[in-house]
Structure formats: C-alpha cells, structure tokens
Design a protein around this ligand. Structure first.
Ligand code: GDP
Length: 429
C-alpha cells in the first residue's frame, strides 16, 4: 500500500513531521521530486534536524529510505547529511539511490547564482541550489544519470559535449571563468565513489515491496502552489510537487497510491517571490513569523524569513483538489493560540467579483482577499490528545476550514513533536 504525504500550499506545511509520524508504521519512505533546495525540520529524541535530501523516515531502523529517480541529487549534500545525522547518534540508515536519478552538477549551482545575479530585481528568489538549471538540462537531455558515473569513457565524451555549450555561456553570457573538463571528470569520479554503496534499481525494489504488501510512503517537497503546471507559474519550482508525480518520480504504478495525505498549515507561509493573497505585513506579520512553526518561520535550508499570512481557503481547496486528497493533516494549529480573532481568507475579489476558484497567475496578481473573522481560543492547546478536548472555538476554526475546502481533516497537529497529534473522524469521510 502506498501513501503520499504532500503539501497543499507553498511548502513548509509540516510534511516532515507528518511523514516522520507515519513512518512509524511504514517500511519504505521515498523522495520523488525536488532537491536540496528545501528542507524538512524534524524534532525527535535524537535532536532537531533539517533534512534536505534524505526522507523523513531516516530516524527509524525499521525503514528503508529511497532517493527516487525524480529527485535532483546533490551527492556531496546527501553524503554530508548522512554524516550529520550519524554524528548525532542516529543509527546508520538504510538508503537506496535510484540508478536513474540525475545528478546536480557543480555548474548547475553556478548557473543558478549567475542567472539570479543577471536578473537582478527580476530574480525568482531561487535558493541557488542549482535546481532550475538541473531540470532544464534533464529535459534538454544533457543531464547525467547516476549509472553513467560508472562508465568513464561515456563520462569523458559527455563532459566534452556539455562543456562546449556551458563554457560558451559562461564566457559570453556571464563573463565568468570556463570549466576545465579534467577537473569536472575528477569531481564526478569522487561523486561515483561517494554514491556507489547506495545505487540500485529502486523501481524494481519498490515493485517487489508492493507485491509483499509493504507500506510505502512517498514524501513530497514544497506544495501545490509551487507545481510548475498547476502552481503560481513562473514563481514555482522545477519539478512537479503533486502526488500524481510520485508515481513517476518513484517509478511505481499510479493506482497503487491509495491514500493522499495533504498537509495544510493552520495559517499561510511562503518563501520566494510570487502572489500571496492573504499575506500579512508589518507588526502583525512579525508576530506570526516569530511565533510560527517551531522557533519561528525561517527557511530550513536558507534561514530566510518566510512570508506569512492568514489561512487561505481558496488556495487550499485548489491545492487539495490537485493533490487528489483523501485526508488533510492540519498542522501548526497551536501557534494561533495567541489571537483573539483569526481572519480566514474565504474568497478572492478580482476585478470587482468574488470567486472561490483559484485563478491563473495573471488574475491572481489582481486578487484581493475576502476575509471572514473567526473568534480565537486564546489558550495553549499543546498536550491535548483528544479532539473533543480542544476548545470549542478551536474546533469551530478547524470545521469551518474543512467545510470551505471540502476535504476531510483527519489529523490535527498541535505541536512539533511526534506525539503532538490528534486523530479525528471527519463527517466528510
Ligand atoms: P515541511 O517542509 O512541510 O516538512 O515543513 P518544515 O519542516 O519546513 O516546517 C514546518 C515547521 O513547523 C518545522 O519547524 C516543524 O518542526 C514545525 N511543526 C510541524 N508541525 C507543527 C505543529 O503542529 N506545531 C508547531 N508549533 N510546529 C510544527
């Protein structure tokens, strides 16, 4: 049985925590898209960890962690990440890397930086991890798959080919030093030795696991709003963030994905540029940012302050629909306990008309939020384990949002720790 854990919004919804929680009952956890450009933050008895490439199940010794073919694999980052967790006393995890996974090349990171520099004020707000140049090359068919590292002759001729265009761009477009083919070959040989212990045909492994009725989790990165097709293009990421892509990025049949747990945060946050209708500014934003997440809303990979706002039902309804949600995990609700009143965005006003359907980007830029203000619960709800024991206004907040988005909230997360979770039977299910 395959379950996907994905985000409804702009990322940072708390997918890491939910995956870590569900991993208790899982055999295999797979990353299927994205790269080291975003991170998951996980708090458990070993400490607090920011993971970028490793799936959130690496803390258990009963699970196997897979880096699927859809991931942008930065080999030194992965190897350092493994070291950083084992250094803190976590048992060496079982990790498999797809032999079809493509590699983030050192020049992808350079091109990401140079292009953002060139764009200046029109920059995308990239994390400069090389993700956009990586996926561009993948689809331009000049990427390097992990299996190719093991064929020196092939590497040499590919490097010569690729550097012809890369060095021309570096010289004439960016006025930067050229890449030496020998140096690149040596780097790739180092990458080969680092990654060799983990490489295998992961889709064959997963096929076998499905036949043996193993529980497999697909862990998404970012959320629907960052999907290159269905998100706020062009302020999106470069690989699909949807559960459906899990089938491709892991190499499993789509019909095996039986449960899609879409993580929605109880308020909004976003990193990078792009329209954000329910965004808050000034002191109101500062306060939510400071109190938000676990230790403030700052990026796990970049440390950048996140943009914050009220819960957006329009974006979340759309976000859940595109994911194919079977269950909503509603997270970080405890943070809102300081508010007397909580506005919720229930519609967008565009050119004088109110809609609850999420629009294309050009119309989204014009949208103004329509708010309904709900009463707050004004207390700390961490430690509560039964839904009925939540304050009435808190339950009303959850149930109001559930009605608006139309997908069943079956899990409520009221703190960063694994045990801060409330299961609930929804009337929508
Ligand atoms: P992800 O990328 O979707 O996994 O999200 P992140 O890990 O970047 O951001 C979620 C942040 O919220 C992390 O710091 C988590 O420890 C924290 N977190 C997750 N769930 C909860 C919750 O229910 N309450 C609080 N206060 N923090 C949470």
């Amino acid at each position: 049985m395959i379950k996907a854990v994905v985000g409804a919004n702009w990322g940072d919804e708390g997918k890491g925590k939910i995956t870590d929680l569900l991993a208790q009952e899982a055999d295999i956890i797979v990353r299927f898209q994205g790269g080291a450009n975003a991170g998951h933050t996980i708090k458990n008895h070993y400490g607090k960890f920011a993971l970028h490439t490793l799936p959130s199940g690496v803390f258990y010794d009963h699970t196997t962690s897979i880096i699927g073919n859809g991931v942008a694999l930065n080999i030194p980052v992965l190897v350092n990440e493994i070291k950083s967790i084992t250094d803190k006393g976590v048992p060496t995890p079982k990790i498999l890397v797809s032999d079809r996974c493509q590699i983030v090349m050192p020049y992808h990171i350079l091109f990401d930086q140079y292009e953002e520099e060139r764009l200046g004020k029109n920059a995308f707000g990239s994390t400069k991890s090389g993700i956009a140049p990586f996926y561009s090359d993948k689809y331009a068919k000049i990427g390097f798959q992990v299996n190719e590292l093991f064929d020196d002759e092939l590497l040499k001729s590919k490097i010569a080919n690729v550097l012809e265009t890369k060095n021309t761009l570096l010289k004439y477009m960016y006025n930067k030093p050229a890449i030496n083919p020998e140096d690149l070959l040596n780097t790739l040989r180092e990458y080969r030795d680092m990654i060799a212990p983990y490489v295998c045909d992961t889709s064959a492994y997963l096929y076998q696991a499905i036949k043996e009725n193993k529980t497999i989790l697909l862990e998404g990165q970012l959320g629907t709003m960052k999907d290159p097709d269905h998100g706020i293009y062009p302020m999106v990421t470069s690989s699909s963030t949807l559960a459906a892509y899990g089938a491709i990025g892991a190499g499993v049949p789509p019909y095996e994905i039986k449960q899609i747990i879409t993580v929605c945060k109880a308020y909004s946050s976003a990193v990078g540029a792009g329209a954000f209708v329910s965004e808050l500014f000034d002191e109101e934003a500062e306060e939510l940012r400071r109190r938000g997440g676990d230790g403030g809303e700052y990026g796990a990979t970049t440390g950048r302050p996140r943009r914050v706002g009220w819960f957006d039902c329009v974006a979340s309804k759309y976000g859940c629909r595109l994911q194919g949600t079977t269950d909503v995990a509603f997270t970080v609700l405890d943070v809102l306990g300081y508010l007397k009143e909580i506005p919720v965005c229930v519609g967008y006003e565009i050119d004088g008309e109110v809609t609850t359907e999420f629009p294309v980007t050009s119309r989204l830029e014009k949208a103004k939020p329509v708010y309904k203000v709900l009463p707050g619960w004004c207390c700390d709800i961490t430690g509560i384990t039964k839904y009925e024991e939540l304050p009435e206004n808190c339950r009303n907040y959850i149930e109001f949002i559930e009605q608006q988005i139309g997908y069943p909230v079956t899990m409520v997360s009221n703190g960063p720790r694994r045990e801060d979770i409330i299961y609930r039977t929804s009337k929508l299910k």
